[in-house]
Design a protein around this ligand. Structure first.
Ligand code: CUA
Length: 151
């Protein structure tokens, strides 16, 4: 009977939709790979490596920048690296969602409280690279910026 077939078909569809939604929720819950590392946003200052924000040389022309973001500052505020360096930024937020966008590069990352964000960029050309927060984070959002000096 046609009605029975339709009933079965719509029932099957419902199950399929539920499975898809469930899978999406699960997959999204996992987050993008770069955001998998978590951290207690209340204890950033006591948690390595964020207890010592700064610029660290890790190899020949390789640097790591350990950075905390909070309204409305990037810490460290001053970043200086030699031209030709590959820099890995390791970041977390101490309060709300901030953005980390480096003008004139492809670097553009979301930095969320509770998550550790990593982004790597090679700086070949000397210059002053403006760093902007591109996620609205409060009344001082438009003043949240810093500079990466490449010498
Ligand atoms: Cu931080 Cu906008």
């Amino acid at each position: 009977r046609y009605e029975e077939i339709w009933l079965m078909l719509s029932g099957a569809m419902l199950v399929i939709f539920m499975v898809i939604t469930g899978y999406q929720t699960f997959a999204l819950g996992m987050g993008p790979p770069s955001n998998k590392e978590t951290i207690d946003p209340e204890k950033v200052d006591e948690t390595a490596p964020f207890d010592k924000p700064g610029v660290y040389q890790t190899g020949d022309h390789e640097y790591e920048v350990v950075m905390t973001l909070e309204v409305f500052n990037f810490n460290p505020g001053k970043i200086e690296i030699p031209a030709g360096s590959t820099v890995t930024f390791i970041m977390t937020s101490k309060d709300v969602v901030h953005g980390f966008q480096v003008v004139d590069t492809n670097l553009n990352a979301m930095v969320m409280p509770g998550h550790i964000q990593r982004a790597t960029q090679k700086f070949s050309k000397p210059g002053e690279y403006l760093v902007l927060c591109n996620e609205y984070c409060g009344t001082g959002h438009q003043h949240m910026s810093t500079v990466i000096t490449v010498k």
